[in-house]
Design a protein around this ligand. Structure first.
Ligand code: SF4
Ligand code: SF4
Length: 119
């Protein structure tokens, strides 16, 4: 999914003009994508000469860090609010289950997306 690197965007509005569904707006002279409207067509990537429209994959390290930090916060909170330090380990296991479920959803989705090629 596309996102805008505001440090690179100069607000030229080319992407806004070319977006086929009007999913891009300007906010403080920077492009912003309304993901509810975006159809993931990739046009904005192609037309931005400054490479300000970035790919989702670049956010993987950031997202992993957020997930780990969130888990640490939940672990701390479980230990605190349940009054037992051991609760943090149970919390950790629950979070591992949660992310494992996300992984399974992604894997099964990818399998079904591959099958779309045969339709
Ligand atoms: S084309 Fe690139 S630089 Fe121009 S507004 Fe869109 S993202 Fe910003
Ligand atoms: S990917 Fe396509 S629909 Fe989405 S914001 Fe870019 S140009 Fe618009």
């Amino acid at each position: 999914m596309p996102w805008i690197d505001e440090d690179k965007c100069i607000g030229c509005e080319v992407c806004l003009e070319k977006c086929p569904v009007g999913a891009i707006l300007m906010e403080n002279d920077k492009a912003k994508i309304n993901m509810d409207k975006c159809i993931r067509c990739g046009t904005c990537h192609d037309v931005c000469k400054l490479e300000a429209v970035r790919h989702d994959g670049e956010k993987i390290p950031e997202q992993v860090k957020i997930n780990v930090e969130t888990t640490k916060e939940f672990m701390k909170a479980c230990a605190k609010y349940l009054g037992n330090d051991n609760e943090k380990w149970k919390c950790l296991e629950r979070m591992k289950k949660h992310f494992n479920k996300e992984k399974i959803i992604a894997e099964k989705t990818l399998t079904q997306l591959e099958m779309l090629k045969k339709v």
